[in-house]
Design a protein. Structure first.
Length: 718
């Protein structure tokens, strides 16, 4: 079955599932899609008591979601929010707008809706009712679990409604209710984006039925920012989730059409500014992640059947179509209709900045170091002595002296010349509420103790609109130590810039490519050559050097019929010099691999299915030379927990969980000085964890093979 047929079948089965009851057809759905008989829906909605008791570490975490509309978290951040809530973490969701839309709370496919009366406040209030019901279901399993409501006076003077779940008082929602409309010819600019840009000095709120905040307020940009900072200080988040501050254009449309709702963009920009203020005022360093909105529909879908079903369950509750009686007919967002899988929003949950798997590296002196972005700054940890697991850190890299905000993904590259490079994206606010995005590099010279200042490398696009869409950079060092940096450009091709032997940078050049997904992967081969691979909508495109120092040329031998990846591919080099690509299959989240039959040769016609069909994001992988044990060691994130698989030559792989630590973004793997694999993850508390493979029996994540028992030892928290 081809990818398009499989996707169509998948949606048809899911549509039937939500009509007849999700759990009843779950096993059949999974069998049709994956060919396997197990039922992934068996634990779609586990009892909260079971979840919270199984994840004691999660109770120490605090998450804040800042969103524009009452379904942004359910569509674009789930299943992550669901897992956070069900595991017992402190969760606060901040809803900025009233989300009143056109004020008609009827299925958008109903032909009679245009003749119905408009009720902006009523529709907004019904959406809030559905939103709270979805959170109650996530937290307790009972959508009707009651809430306590009070009024909170925020710094800056804004009064907001705060709802706290009585059965789980660590779950709360703040409704700020800034109104969007109605827009008219006389008043066309009433929107949150105009408040952010300064085009509109203030915005009014929309009181909704049943709220204790029943008077209209006027809110300025400064007041809204002060209120957000106040909420952050009250909640002390370890993780902040928000939307995309710099959405891409919709490449399917002629001309320039932005892919996302402008309220999403404005909320993300308000949030970034508020977190920076919170950081500077309190010293707090939460991790901040940005979730794509409507742009998900442009690219291959990345969620498993079970994750889509879990989202659908909550969307049905939010929409008021989960079968609960509602005499007042105000229990949800009826515009969505009874079939939650009819919206493309449900099939993907994607971070705007595609995570990388190369943030743990071993330098030429044998010491491991790792890097993360917290509160817009890059921080690092390093072994004092190679292989001894005695780490220093965290250390600020350049301490942000050049200003700007580092976006959440950092690449670490160790060159043979002893240098260690860090490459990331820096975002700097400019006038009019806009921002400048650029690639930056910091380098630690061989033998040096510290990194130098961040060096701006710019980007391939210079137009005010185009430069916003610069992709997440990837980098590799060649045999002479020169750094090659690659990004997806505005035209959705690949661009590169290279450091020459004297340390000077050339100009950005286009390498071609079409319809590339963000998140290319560069790779430095053992023979000194550089290669780079990027998933597109239909397969993978690649570029490589024919010899060290040569220009990169397109790789024509990457199979045109696959793999169809849902994001970044991971590149490894086998002991014979052949390349293998590890990736998540689109529409299933199953981990797969495809390998060259010989170095620089043709690729295997069929990928190897490594199972592991849950979670999102790239799979960290490194090659193992022990042929009696397996070909590759991989670590993926499934259900926000790390799991590892030892991939045998027959394609077999199991995925034992590596403990109960809630982790973010992606794992990273590297070989210690003695050849032992080491895995690193970033905990949701902002602390990295590392574990060594082949540790004593009884360690977390044991893996059993015919060659004997092996696994990762206990996490060491840095």
């Amino acid at each position: 079955m081809g990818i398009l047929e499989r996707a169509a079948t998948r949606r048809a089965v899911l549509a039937a599932a939500v009509t007849t009851g999700l759990a009843g057809v779950a096993g059949a759905a999974w069998s049709v899609i994956s060919g396997r008989a197990e039922d992934p829906f068996a634990k779609v909605a586990p009892a909260p008591t079971d979840e919270t008791s199984a994840f004691p570490q999660a109770a120490q975490l605090s998450f804040v979601q800042v969103i524009a509309h009452p379904d942004d978290d359910l569509y674009f951040m789930n299943p992550g929010v669901q897992r956070t809530v069900s595991r017992g973490s402190k969760v606060a969701t901040v809803l900025i707008t009233a989300g009143e839309g056109d004020g008609i709370n009827v299925d958008t496919s109903d032909s009679k809706r245009d003749r119905l009366p408009v009720d902006y406040a009523g529709y907004s209030g019904a959406r809030h009712n559905g939103h709270r019901s979805a959170y109650a279901r996530m937290a307790t399993g009972n959508a009707d679990s009651p809430w306590r409501t009070d009024v909170v006076a925020l710094a800056g003077g804004l009064q907001v409604e705060r709802c706290t779940l009585i059965a789980r008082p660590t779950v709360s929602v703040y409704y700020l209710n800034l109104r969007k409309g109605p827009e008219t010819a006389q008043n066309p600019n009433l929107a949150l984006s105009e408040l952010w840009s300064g085009a509109m000095p203030q915005q009014s709120t929309l009181p909704v039925p049943g709220s204790p905040v029943n008077e209209v307020q006027t809110v300025s940009k400064d007041q809204l920012l002060a209120g957000l900072v106040d909420i952050l200080e009250k909640c002390a988040p370890t993780v902040v989730r928000t939307l995309d501050p710099d959405p891409e254009h919709d490449s399917r449309e002629s001309g320039y059409v932005v892919s996302d709702h402008r309220d999403h963009t404005a909320v993300a920009r308000f949030t970034l500014h508020a977190v920076a203020t919170h950081r500077d005022r309190t010293g707090a360093t939460p991790a901040v992640d940005h979730y794509r909105g409507y742009a998900n529909r442009i690219w291959p879908y990345n969620l498993s059947v079970a994750d889509v079903a879990a989202k659908a369950t909550l969307i049905k509750t939010y929409a008021g179509y989960d079968g609960r009686p509602c005499p007042a007919h105000n229990c949800g967002d009826y515009q969505l209709g009874p079939n939650p899988v009819r919206s493309t929003h449900i099939y993907s949950t994607k971070l705007r900045h595609e995570p990388t798997t190369n943030w743990l590296v071993r330098a030429a002196d044998g010491r491991l170091s790792l890097y993360a972005v917290l509160a817009g700054r890059v921080v690092g940890w390093q072994e004092r002595t190679a292989g001894k697991d005695d780490w220093t850190g965290p250390t600020l890299i350049d301490a942000g002296r050049d200003g700007g905000w580092m976006l959440p993904v950092v690449n670490a590259v160790a060159g043979r010349d002893g240098r260690v490079h860090l490459v990331t994206l820096r975002r700097t606010e400019v006038s009019g509420g806009e921002a400048r995005l650029e690639v930056v590099r910091a380098v630690r010279e061989a033998g040096a103790a510290d990194f130098g200042k961040w060096q701006p490398l710019g980007g391939p696009d210079t137009g005010e609109r185009e430069q916003h869409e610069i992709g997440v950079p990837t980098a590799a060092a060649d045999g002479d130590g020169r750094l090659h940096v690659f990004v997806r450009n505005y035209d959705q091709g690949l661009s590169a810039v290279v450091e020459d032997a004297s340390g000077e940078w050339g100009d950005w050049t286009s390498l071609g490519g079409t319809e590339l997904q963000d998140g290319p992967t560069a790779f430095g081969r053992t023979d000194g050559r550089v290669e780079v691979y990027a998933a597109d909508k239909h397969g993978v495109q690649g570029w490589r050097q024919a010899s060290p120092g040569a220009d990169l040329k397109s790789v024509a031998s990457v199979p045109a019929t696959g793999p169809v990846a849902s994001g970044r591919v991971t590149v490894v080099e086998a002991e014979d010099g052949a390349i293998a690509l590890f990736y998540r299959q689109a529409d299933t989240a199953v981990v797969r691999a495809v390998r060259q039959q010989k170095p620089d040769g043709d690729w295997s016609e069929q990928p190897v299915d490594l199972a592991g069909g849950d979670g999102v994001g790239p799979v960290a992988t490194l090659w193992r030379l022990g042929k009696d044990v397996g070909d590759a060691l991989s670590v993926r994130l499934g259900t926000d927990l790390a799991a590892h698989g030892l991939v045998g030559r027959d394609g077999s792989a199991q995925w034992p969980a590596l403990g109960d630590v809630t982790v973010l973004r992606s794992a990273s793997l590297a070989l210690s000085q003695d050849g032992t694999p080491v895995v690193a993850v970033l905990g949701a508390d902002g602390h990295p964890r590392v574990a060594r493979y082949g540790s004593v029996a009884g360690g977390v994540g044991r893996y059993s093979t015919a060659a004997g028992d092996a696994g990762f030892g206990a996490w060491k928290t840095l």
